[in-house]
Design a protein around this ligand. Structure first.
Ligand code: NAP
Ligand code: ZN
Length: 347
């Protein structure tokens, strides 16, 4: 067992604080990773504060992990010490159900193991990437392409794949109009990926504050949703609307943006239930959809896509003692556009 430094939540209400956690000895299929950087996802905050459901504490968040392999178990063939690797939101799944066999481990019929806050198949409570090391099963360790800097790699493993998946699935590309709602961590990756796929991209943000950034990130249009007339002008005009908003919003105005057969792809995960008028989907036979991250194969495909198109996140690097302040800024929509923790400040 390896005892390592970490930063975690002692309870749902206390600020995060330094702590130590134990990492298991390597099983034959395990990889030991020295973590260099870890992104901060809005979901980390929802877990740390028990927003979605009660969690077990202490809890070390972090599922946008980038680092270097330092040791491997005897059966590991895909990774070797020195490799640049990453870990996203999940660290295990059953591997034999239909969904796992289909490469959709995030929908494992026997339940995937989350990178933190899950009980794994060894019976241990998983702890995430705000820590110096992690032990992860070979199959759930992704290879970071050479031209992607390690500090940029972490956010791709949650924000990147979560937005790449719906854009790829609903076939964003030339001739398609895509709207991205919410310009935060997921939203800014959605803009870059949708633009790289060749689609026309519009950004819908609460205020005009992020207009220049949206256009610089690759958007072709920007609309502030605070002005009710603005959305009405865009009715029936998009093929795909990607909703990345972390809070519950009225879905009807967003559904009304869709052209015939268009899809509202929800990836934002508010805790509250939401309602919508059935007429919003009957008209234009619209689709209301949602998705969780992506499978391992698709995540590697997304990394290769980002490598090929030179896409990375816009990051603000922080030291480990800045995590609580960063959380407050994420909660007030003041992140531009992903905080990344320099794990060297934890050692
Ligand atoms: P984030 O960086 O905080 O971005 C969320 C954005 O939503 C904000 O920047 C803001 O954009 C907008 N927003 C926030 N509150 C709003 C409100 N009350 N009304 C309207 N817009 C609001 O968060 P994130 O890390 O991108 O995560 C976004 C959501 O996705 C979270 O719910 C997270 O838990 C979820 N998530 C889901 C998956 C999945 O697999 N489906 C994966 C990762 C994260 P503007 O300032 O531009 O308005
Ligand atoms: Zn995430």
């Amino acid at each position: 067992m390896l005892t390592v430094n970490a930063v975690g939540a002692p309870s749902a209400t206390d600020p995060l604080e330094p702590m130590t956690i134990d990492r298991r000895d390597l099983n034959p299929e395990d990889v030991l990773i020295e973590i260099r950087f870890c992104g901060i996802c809005h979901s980390d905050i929802n877990h740390a504060r028990s927003i979605w459901h009660p969690e077990r504490y202490p809890l070390v968040p972090g599922h946008e992990i980038a680092g270097v392999v330092t040791a491997v178990g005897r059966d590991v063939t895909r990774h070797a010490p020195g490799d640049r690797v990453g870990v996203g939101c999940m660290v295990d799944s059953c591997g034999h159900c239909g969904n796992c066999l289909n490469g959709e481990e995030q929908y494992c019929l026997n339940g995937m193991t989350l990178t933190f806050g899950s009980v794994d198949r060894h019976g241990e409570y998983t702890q995430g990437g705000y820590s110096t090391h992690i032990v992860v099963k070979d199959d759930f360790v992704l290879k970071i392409p050479d031209n992607i800097a390690l500090e940029d790699a972490g956010p791709l493993l949650c924000a990147g794949i979560t937005t790449y998946w719906p854009l790829a699935h609903w076939q964003a590309g030339p001739g398609k109009r895509v709207a991205v709602i919410g310009l935060g961590g997921l939203g800014h990756m959605a803009i870059k990926i949708a633009a790289a796929m060749g689609s026309e991209v519009a950004v819908l943000s609460q205020t005009t504050r992020k207009r220049d950034d949206a256009l610089r990130l690759g958007a072709h249009e920007f609309h502030a949703t605070g002005d009710p007339g603005e959305l009405a002008k865009l009715a029936d005009s998009f093929d795909i609307v990607v909703n990345t908003v972390s809070a519950a919003v009225d879905l009807d105005p967003y559904l009304s943006l869709l052209a015939l057969g268009g899809t509202l792809a929800n990836v934002g995960a508010p805790a509250e239930a939401q309602t919508f008028s059935m007429w919003s989907v009957l008209r234009n036979r619209r689709n209301l959809a949602g998705s969780l991250i992506g499978g391992n194969r698709e995540t590697q495909e997304m990394l290769d896509f980002c490598s090929e198109h030179g896409i990375g996140p816009e990051i603000e690097m922080i030291a480990a003692d800045g995590i609580n302040e960063a959380y407050e800024r994420v909660l007030s929509s003041d992140v531009r556009y992903r905080f990344v923790i320099d794990i060297a400040t934890l050692s």
